[in-house]
Design a protein around this ligand. Structure first.
Ligand SMILES: [Zn+2]
Length: 352
């Protein structure tokens, strides 16, 4: 794992909540038997579950098996039917690290489903990342937090306020609990993979699991319920500019267009609240179209990555994303990362 991905990981960990969170998810009913699980502050990544006549299908499993167990407790409030399917929308650790909770609670009959490339990346990237978090990223962060608390100042030398000290103390508790839990994380791998589409014909509904091409990663799927007009998008759609480190931005546009053109009214997304209607997907598409076109143009003029970054102004989209309300630096940082990844993709610098 490179320094950059480590930085991103630490950023993600920075979103984690204190341990002992009373409730990890807000459960939102989006159709009969269909529920979005929206991660509360700290948990951050979302899931969903679909209660069928005989069983339950869950989408995504969060950073921690204990959070997946929190979701199982929420499912138990709705139904006693067993979870028989777990779909991973993509390989990212905040969507797969809780997988093992389902086999531990519901036994070896649980089937884990992903796109073929997502499984490869769970083996090649997500599992090594667990080790890296365990042996380096999380211990380093704990040491850094302890140092700040002991010295009473931040790494840049600013004295800690009472609030700052309280936040760091909470973070330290959360990180220590996470480190302890990571020791027993063994990502349960997909038992069923597919290339383009997999359809589950249940007595009361049809569940489509669909791959439309590269996007947020090389193996993102959506779960689509045509009768209920609901789509579960993973990180192809969020309330911000989705994380770009592993993305194929120029190809993402066509993939997202295909998701948009399914017949749905409600999107349960990978991060952020449930979305009604297509306003947010249209805003993301408008942003991606502009961003990719600007990078193409810059490359056409022979610009380096640095020149490209300096020349592109995407600020007309700054109010398009609820994730950055009151946080223009968040929009700027996400755009910088999007431009960089796109430049690398279109310059042939990442494997296609
Ligand atoms: Zn992701």
């Amino acid at each position: 794992m490179g320094r950059r991905s480590l930085g991103v990981l630490i950023l993600l960990l920075g979103l984690l909540a204190p341990s002992g969170l009373a409730q990890s998810f807000d459960i939102v009913k989006v159709a009969d038997g269909v529920y979005a699980a929206v991660g509360r502050a700290g948990v951050a990544s979302n899931g969903a579950f679909i209660v069928n006549k005989e069983d339950v299908l869950v989408v995504d499993t969060h950073f921690r098996p204990s959070w997946a167990k929190d979701l199982i407790a929420e499912i138990r409030k709705v139904t006693n039917k067993p979870v028989r399917y777990v779909v991973n929308t993509h390989w990212h650790n905040d969507h797969v690290q809780g997988n093992q909770a389902y086999v531990s609670v519901f036994g070896p009959g649980v089937e884990y489903i992903s796109q073929h490339s997502a499984r490869e990346d769970m083996v090649g990237k997500a599992i090594p990342s667990v080790q890296e978090q365990l042996t380096k990223a999380v211990p380093d962060r704990i040491a850094s937090t302890e140092k700040m608390l002991a010295e009473g100042k931040t790494t840049s030398g600013t004295p800690l306020t009472d609030q700052g000290r309280a936040n760091l103390t909470a973070r330290l508790g959360s990180d220590k609990a996470y480190l302890e839990e990571l020791k027993s994380v063994q990502i349960a791998l997909p038992t069923i993979t597919f290339e383009r589409s997999l359809v589950l014909y249940k007595p009361d509904r049809t569940i489509h699991i669909l791959f439309f091409g590269k996007g947020h990663t090389r193996g993102d799927v959506v779960v689509y319920l045509p009768k209920e007009k609901v789509v579960v998008t993973g990180d192809l759609l969020t309330n911000g500019i989705p994380f770009m480190r592993d993305a194929y931005p120029s190809q993402w546009i066509a993939t997202l267009d295909s998701v948009r053109n399914l017949d749905w009214n409600t999107a349960a997304t990978g991060h952020g609240p449930v979305q009604s209607g297509k306003e947010q997907v249209d805003k993301l598409l408008a942003y991606m179209n502009d961003m990719v076109a600007a990078v193409k143009d810059a490359i056409g003029k022979g610009m380096s990555l640095e020149q490209t970054s300096a020349s592109i102004d995407l600020s007309r989209h700054k109010d398009s994303f609820p994730a950055y309300a009151g946080n223009p630096q968040g929009f700027a940082a996400a755009s910088k990362s999007a431009v960089e990844r796109t430049w690398n993709e279109l310059s042939g610098k990442i494997p296609n």
